[in-house]
Design a protein. Structure first.
Length: 242
């Protein structure tokens, strides 16, 4: 397995930013999927800083969201669309046609899931996925129990996140909040993956992901079988790794 353990957070953020940039430079038409969350904020900021100082050609790069919250306005600050837009897409000046996101609202999410996959396929499939790791081992919004064969779908998010989003958006209890997400099959079919985890709070789940059984109880454990996945960890997240 390809594991990188960084000395500190800055090295973690810088290495991941440089890997994203390396992909953009190596493949001018790269299709790159991005997660949101605490783990990725600084790496995206550094990508933007380097680009501002040393611009390079991004005109044909596609950036897309690994997942999205459903039934909230896109402009809500916790929507993945708004996070990616403000954290990286605007800084890099990525055109609207080169930034793909699942819709937050639809009367036919099943159709939207298939459409999203088709669009990614049409662009040549996923070259690089930047994934965070949920505290329970989830990838995107694929919670424990999700079949490894799952394709893009709308799942439920964990209760704590759902409660927070409900409160922040004032969404009434009768309206369902969901997690539009690439499925585990789409994830494992990506050519290259960076699984990024930082902080001591992730140390236990990182250990299970890397050395526990490959089981749907820990969705991220499927990455043990991926031929080109780099597990990027800071010292805290790597606490139980030899
Ligand atoms: C959410 C997102 C995932 C993300 C994960 C980790 O569940 N849907 O895409 O990878 O959180 O978030 P954090 O980096 O804040 O720990």
């Amino acid at each position: 397995m390809n594991i990188t353990i960084t000395k500190n957070e800055l090295e973690f953020d810088t290495i991941s930013a440089l890997r994203i940039i390396a992909e953009m430079l190596a493949r001018p038409r790269a299709v790159i999927g991005l997660s949101t969350g605490q783990t990725t904020i600084n790496m995206y900021r550094i990508v933007g800083e380097i680009y501002r100082q040393h611009p390079f050609n991004l005109s044909e790069i596609t950036l897309f969201g690994v997942d999205e919250v459903t039934n909230v306005p896109r402009e809500y600050s916790g929507a993945c669309y708004t996070m990616l837009k403000t954290q990286i897409v605007e800084t890099l000046g990525i055109k609207e046609t080169q930034f793909l996101m699942p819709p937050t609202v639809s009367d036919n999410f099943e159709k939207e899931c298939r459409r999203y996959e088709t669009e990614l396929q049409t662009r040549g499939g996923i070259d690089l996925l930047v994934l965070g790791l949920g505290m329970n081992g989830h990838l995107g919004f694929n919670q424990p129990g999700t079949p490894f064969e799952s394709t893009t779908w709308v799942s439920r998010m964990d209760e704590a996140l759902e409660a927070r989003i409900r409160k922040e958006t004032g969404t009434p209890p009768e309206k369902e909040l969901g997690g539009f997400t690439l499925g585990l099959k789409n994830i494992t079919h990506s050519r290259k993956i960076i699984l990024a985890a930082k902080g001591i709070q992730k140390a236990e789940i990182v250990q299970k992901m890397l050395y526990g059984p490959v089981t749907t109880a820990v969705p991220a454990s499927i990455l043990q079988l991926h031929p080109n996945c780099n597990f990027l960890l800071d010292a805290g997240a790597a606490k139980y790794i030899e």
